[in-house]
Design a protein around this ligand. Structure first.
Ligand SMILES: [Zn+2]
Length: 562
């Protein structure tokens, strides 16, 4: 680039690199970048903000202009404290790239970049991230990143004495602040009612959403790191009935991933996506509400005594989980992961990962099929049979983790055809996406039925129960939404309704004093992730003051005190 430009310079003038640069002050650069983002990166924000207005009306244009001024001032004010002569170019370069990627994913999947979504992004492992990047990212990178970066590389930052630079920064910030407040007042009424009706709209303002959410997650992490997890259920013990059991009891809790109730055969989906479970005497809970719309929220919440009904993220993240309470009562707890970890739920407890076990023929490219979760289970059940006791085994599946649903099942489960076999869902028709998603459910059905078969085979020596529940649902292109993670208040049902299934070995109802037919009737009533903590304690026979019978799905079906 440089050399080509030089050739256009007349031979009479000496080559002088300064001639090809743009001189700009830190504040000019910040203002230019803020204006660029306000105009170029906020199509979704402006689209949502203006969606109920007549495009031709002059008031609409005035309102749109006011929003752009607000966005530009906001970005200037957010960046001004961070930028000086030395940091301004690296800062803008980084933000330019981040913004380009953010705009791509927001537009492609209808994602809101709130702190929870940011936590997902920051905790995503390499394997997960690889599936999300596709060639369709390139045009966005070119427009939003490469061209601005080329321009930025030509900028020479004007040097000013620091006193003067500080005075100019303060002056510009005051002006931007005044413009922000003045503009805000002029559109206060429509803007405040818009924000009240759609609180999450602010998470579409880009890249302010990225800056804000990264800040919020970092602050929460700093707070969390400063405090050890608070112990809960210090009074937990096994109840008299559980302690007196002569046979071992194993509860297997399978935490599903991204399975939505709408496509669950047992819950009435037009397609039979659960043929193997349908042949078993399982108890299917047809109306279950998830705690969150993403793993980072749902997983810790599912293992907390109080979840969605009085949601407090910092309390949940700052406290021990169901597993610690069970372990304290003397239950042998083990977590086996086939995904991105237990999100703190199993901290300090026994755990392993399928990818490290590397069962034959199960793993490739850093991902393993969910059947790997069952490896060694027969031996574990045989060991359990040898000594009485109570065990809780948690299996964390990869389930229907998107967007590459087709990578979640082996060839034998390619039943619904044609299935999307592209990491980029935009390249497939909606039906192909649904086909791949349903095939992945067929495979989950197979894994669960295989697990039941193993428990069944050991049921003459070990009483056992399986509880399967998914962490959240998924959008499959309805209303142009894909994947999950919509803010809960505006999330569609397909993201918040999840399947939940139980299976009990023949000896279990007697062992724990449970009327299985009654539980079958309870399954027709609504349930939620909030029930999980108390239901599992109830099945295990753990006594603690934390236990709330009202949230134990089995409590109305007891034939004796646990
Ligand atoms: Zn999840």
């Amino acid at each position: 680039m440089h050399r080509m430009s030089r050739q256009t310079v007349p031979a009479t003038s000496p080559p002088n690199p300064e001639r090809f640069t743009i001189a700009a002050s830190v504040d000019q650069l910040l203002l230019a970048a803020s204006l660029f983002w306000a105009l170029a990166a906020n199509r979704l924000f402006l689209g949502q903000a203006l969606k109920d207005r007549a495009l031709a009306a002059p008031q609409t244009w005035a309102y749109a202009l006011a929003l752009i001024v607000l966005l530009a001032c906001l970005h200037y004010l957010m960046l001004a404290p961070l930028a000086n002569r030395f940091t301004v170019k690296p800062l803008l370069a980084l933000l330019v790239v981040v913004t380009a990627v953010a705009v791509h994913f927001m537009q492609a999947f209808g994602i809101y970049l709130d702190p929870t979504m940011m936590r997902n992004v920051l905790r995503t492992d390499v394997g997960e991230a690889r599936e999300l990047f596709s060639w369709t990212l390139l045009p966005n990178l070119l427009v939003y990143a490469v061209m601005p970066l080329l321009l930025l590389s030509r900028v020479r930052v004007v040097q000013r004495p620091w006193l003067r630079a500080t005075a100019v920064r303060l002056g510009t910030a005051l002006l931007a602040g005044a413009a922000f407040v003045g503009t805000l007042l002029s559109v206060f009424q429509p803007l405040s009612s818009l924000m009240r009706n759609n609180k999450d709209l602010r998470y579409l303002a880009t890249p302010a959403n990225v800056l804000w959410s990264v800040g919020a997650v970092s602050a929460a992490q700093a707070r969390g790191a400063a405090q050890p997890r608070q112990a809960i259920g210090l009074d937990a013990t096994l109840g008299a009935a559980a302690a007196a059991r002569s046979r071992p009891l194993v509860l297997v809790l399978v935490v599903g991933e991204t399975a939505r109730a709408a496509n669950w055969g047992l819950s009435g989906y037009a397609r039979q996506t659960t043929p193997e479970l349908a042949r078993l005497p399982v108890i299917n809970f047809a109306a279950v509400n998830a705690c969150g719309t993403n793993t980072e929220t749902s997983l810790p919440c599912m293992f907390a005594p109080v979840g969605r009904r009085d949601y407090d993220e910092s309390r949940i993240r700052g406290s021990e989980s169901l597993l610690h309470v069970a372990s304290r009562a003397g239950v042998a707890v083990h977590w086996r992961d086939n995904q991105s970890g237990c999100k703190g739920v199993c901290d300090g407890l026994s755990h392993d990962e399928v990818v490290s076990l590397n069962p034959a023929g199960i793993c490739a490219d850093g991902h393993c099929l969910d059947e790997g979760l069952l490896s060694g289970l027969d031996e574990r059940l045989a060991a359990a049979a040898a000594r009485p006791g109570t065990q809780l085994l948690v299996l964390h599946t990869l389930g229907n983790h998107g967007p590459s649903y087709f990578r979640r099942y082996p060839a034998a489960f390619k039943r619904f055809q044609p299935a999307c076999e592209n990491d980029d869902l935009q390249q497939c028709s909606q039906q192909e996406v649904v086909n791949a998603y349903d095939n992945a459910l067929l495979y989950t059905d197979h894994v669960l039925a295989s697990l039941v078969a193993k428990l069944q085979a050991a049921s003459d020596r070990v009483d056992s129960a399986l509880v399967y529940v998914s962490d959240h649902g998924e959008s499959l292109g309805e209303n142009k939404l894909y994947l999950h993670g919509m803010p809960y208040a505006i999330a569609p049902d397909v993201q918040t309704r999840v399947p939940m299934v139980m299976w009990l070995s023949a000896g279990l109802p007697r062992a724990v004093g449970l009327d299985a037919a009654c539980l079958q009737r309870r399954a027709a009533q609504p349930a939620a992730h909030d029930h999980l903590f108390h239901t599992v304690l109830g099945l295990l026979g753990v006594h603690t003051a934390l236990y709330e019978p009202a949230f134990d799905l089995t409590s109305g079906c007891r034939t004796m005190a646990a």
